[in-house]
Ligand binder design. Structure first.
Ligand SMILES: [Zn+2]
Length: 220
């Protein structure tokens, strides 16, 4: 089973991807993680092309697709893959279909995390980070310092309402086409998950996803 996760930064899709990967024995493929791995390996064939990431520039569809294809060929024998942070454009979605087709596979499920502005702000404005190990906490956990590093937690500079809303709107504009693409595809199951309760736990969201998958006969 191959799953695509769609959702803005702060939607919790990364965490949900981890839980699904554990439950269904799938491999989670986060493009952010792949970029970081390649950038630490100067011998990697895509190392030079990814230098734009360090300059804070956007990575072209062509390069993103090459990164994903490279990772997928190494995962030929996986039971399934969870795509986190990809595809972000229609061109990437089309490329992914082609890659999977050539392996006699397809996107089976798309899970769209429809998070309200209210929930997003609650989550991200309450976020605190350890300046040393970069671990992320939420004020409701009650920490003021990192339990490992014993240093004061800080608020990330871009975790303010203006930046969060800008990212949210940009995300929606950019990915509207991808959502349409999968909604119009007869080949995959599209699950829309509305997250409008700021206090919902990751476990509760996970249970909702598993129950939706079960309804479609996909949760064995
Ligand atoms: Zn720390």
């Amino acid at each position: 089973m191959n799953i695509v996760l769609l959702g803005p930064p702060g939607s919790g899709k990364g965490t949900q991807g981890q839980l699904l990967a554990e439950d269904f024995n799938l491999v989670q493929l986060s493009t952010g993680d792949l970029f970081r791995q390649i950038l630490q390996d100067p011998g990697h064939p895509l190392y030079d092309k990814l230098q734009v990431v360090k300059q804070g520039k956007l990575v072209s569809d062509e390069v993103v697709n090459a990164v994903v294809e490279d990772a997928l060929t190494k995962l030929k024998n996986a039971k399934g893959v969870i795509f986190d942070g990809f595809p972000r454009t229609v061109a990437q979605a089309e490329a992914l279909d082609k890659m999977l087709n050539s392996m006699n596979k397809k996107v089976d499920v798309v899970i769209n995390f429809d998070v309200t502005k209210h929930v997003l702000l609650h989550r991200l404005l309450g976020r605190r980070i350890c300046p040393n190990c970069k671990r992320i906490f939420h004020i409701r956990q009650g920490y003021t310092e990192c339990p490992d590093c014993r240093v004061q937690l800080i608020t990330r500079e871009d975790d303010n309402e203006e930046v969060i809303m800008k990212r949210f709107n940009e995300y929606n504009e950019k990915t509207a086409g991808v959502k349409e693409y999968y909604l119009n595809s007869s080949d995959c199951v599209f699950i829309n998950l509305t997250v409008d309760d700021p206090d919902i736990t990751a476990e509760e969201v996970h249970n909702e996803i598993v129950s939706e998958l079960a309804k479609k006969g996909l949760a064995q």
